[in-house]
Design a protein around this ligand. Structure first.
Ligand code: ATP
Ligand code: ATP
Ligand code: MG
Ligand code: MG
Ligand code: MG
Ligand code: MG
Ligand code: MG
Length: 287
């Protein structure tokens, strides 16, 4: 292409390449979902249709981008973990974030009618201008331990918020309080207090609440599970960090791994990712 006198504007572009050999987490979050929930009548505290829709959109993103090894979702947010060796878009942050956000949003809108119509209640069509949109950011984590701590942070947040929301909405929906009264009652309470309120006033045992609400959603590529007792078990997080890089894999091995990953079934589970067990049983995820 011929150069033009306008070509110089290209040099205003700033590089935003992410640090090599680090786990890239792209976290997206629904914009103004408090308002959006109210407009489209989400059930409180947890609208299952909305969570299923988030999970379906996340699965579609993972199917589209094989460099993503795992995703974790709760409420209106989703964290996508790109493998540390990922070279997509030369690891440019703006390219990665905008691709994840727009792919997720496209599927969220496309799949909305699948989850918000045809059920027992009336159809809930999307009506402009209040449409679902998402923001996004990218953060690099240099070690497996840092990455696991990030994911633990999100899952702990899920637990704390869900316990609060479950108690708050029980007080409002079953206890006849208004939101000011419920907020006042919960101010300064600890987890044990909330569990006690749920049990003594509403006969709700928080432990029996659905795992989907208590744990959030973990999306990953499913291979065969490894028995944690066997000898060729996964390295622990610390070991994985300390171990030297494996000898360079042959090109065909890299290719076949890639194909295997692309073909693997993408599953959603609502399980603990803070303890070692999840990772020990799925050693392919973080190696
Ligand atoms: P921001 O644009 O700053 O993110 P926001 O209104 O989206 O503003 P968040 O902190 O992201 O604020 O909170 C998301 C809100 O959406 C929370 O109130 C949460 O309870 C609600 N929400 C998200 N998913 C669901 C769901 N499946 N069912 C019911 N409520 C939900
Ligand atoms: P990348 O993902 O790298 O952006 P791309 O295939 O989208 O790859 P672009 O450089 O963005 O590559 O080029 C966009 C392509 O789409 C061009 O070939 C352009 O001619 C074509 N295109 C875009 N809009 C139209 C349109 N309205 N009608 C016909 N062709 C179009
Ligand atoms: Mg936000
Ligand atoms: Mg939000
Ligand atoms: Mg949020
Ligand atoms: Mg273009
Ligand atoms: Mg293009």
């Amino acid at each position: 292409m011929a150069n033009s006198k306008y070509e110089y504007v290209r040099f205003f572009e700033q590089p935003d390449t992410l640090l090599p050999n680090t786990w890239i987490v792209v976290r997206i979050d629904g914009r103004g979902f408090t308002k959006l929930c109210a407009k489209y009548g989400f059930e409180k505290p947890n609208d299952k249709r909305a969570i299923d829709l988030m999970n379906a959109a996340a699965k579609a993103v993972m199917a589209d981008l094989p460099d993503i090894v795992l995703a974790y979702g709760v409420s209106d947010e989703y964290s996508f973990v790109f493998h540390k060796t990922c070279q997509l878009f030369e690891r440019r942050a703006s390219k990665l974030v905008s691709t994840v956000v727009s792919t997720f949003t496209a599927f969220y809108l496309h799949l909305w009618p699948t989850f918000f119509s045809g059920g027992l209640v009336d159809d809930v069509p999307l009506v402009a201008p209040l449409l679902p949109t998402f923001d996004g950011r990218a953060v690099c984590y240099p070690s497996v331990q840092n990455l696991r701590d990030y994911l633990s942070w999100r899952q702990v947040d899920c637990h704390i918020n869900n316990l609060y929301n479950t108690t708050f909405w029980a007080l409002v929906q079953k206890g006849g309080m208004d939101s000011v009264e419920a907020t006042g009652l919960l101010k300064g309470t600890f987890s044990a207090d909330k569990n006690e309120i749920l049990f003594s006033r509403f006969q709700i045992n928080y432990n029996n609440e659905p795992e989907m609400y208590k744990k959030g959603s973990v999306v990953f590529r499913d291979y065969e599970l490894v028995d944690p007792a066997s000898s060729n078990v996964a390295q622990t997080a610390e070991a994985a960090d300390n171990v030297a890089e494996p000898p360079t894999l042959s090109k065909s091995k890299v290719e076949s791994d890639k194909k295997r990953r692309a073909k693997a079934r993408i599953t959603v589970e609502h399980i603990d990712i803070i303890k070692d067990e999840f990772w020990d049983r799925r050693p392919w995820l973080l190696t």
